[in-house]
Design a protein around this ligand. Structure first.
Ligand code: FES
Length: 169
């Protein structure tokens, strides 16, 4: 039995999925919210999870892979417990997102696209998060942290470390 064969939506998730299908004109059109369900059910979207969604929706796995890797808001396999996504588009860049990235790198010892050895943090640079008036912005998992000073960045990292019950990253 393969990993993909052991994956399955819970009854509740399947009900949500079926409700979604009733709201969209085609099966494929419901892919983005279905991936949200899969992310919530499985914790991350790796190859087996993407294959499960492709089989469930009867669409090509390449289509699912293309969507998951195009959008930055899906939780991909291998990402740390806290995914720090620093907006690097114009408003945030003008308001110091480069310094925010440098600060995170300095504090955690990881570069963009890397995950800390403890598995807590992954750092990414992303395009506009849609909150330009509160630049610079970090999206950490589903939460936005806006109007960040470098001290705010330090405080956020410390808060996350404490939440995780760890002393360091
Ligand atoms: S430019 Fe950063 S949120 Fe839009």
């Amino acid at each position: 039995m393969t990993v993909t064969e052991t994956l399955a939506f819970s009854d509740e998730a399947m009900k949500k999925y079926e409700w979604l299908l009733s709201r969209y004109p085609t099966r494929k059109a419901a892919l983005l919210p279905t991936l949200r369900i899969a992310e919530s059910e499985f914790g991350e979207l790796g190859v087996p999870q993407m294959k499960y969604v492709a089989d469930l929706m009867e669409i090509p796995p390449a289509t699912v892979f293309g969507v998951v890797t195009f959008y930055t808001h899906y939780r991909r396999a291998g990402v740390g417990k806290y995914h720090l996504q620093v907006c690097s588009t114009l408003s945030c860049a003008l308001r110091g997102s480069g310094d925010v990235v440098s600060r995170v790198t300095e504090r955690l010892g990881i570069g963009v696209g890397e995950t800390s050895e403890c598995g807590l943090f992954t750092l990414s640079k992303v395009e506009c998060l849609g909150s330009c008036d509160t630049a610079p912005v970090i999206q950490c998992n589903d939460d936005y942290h806006e109007g960040l000073s470098l001290e705010d960045v330090d405080a956020l990292i410390e808060q996350l470390r404490q939440e995780a019950g760890k002393g360091g990253a």
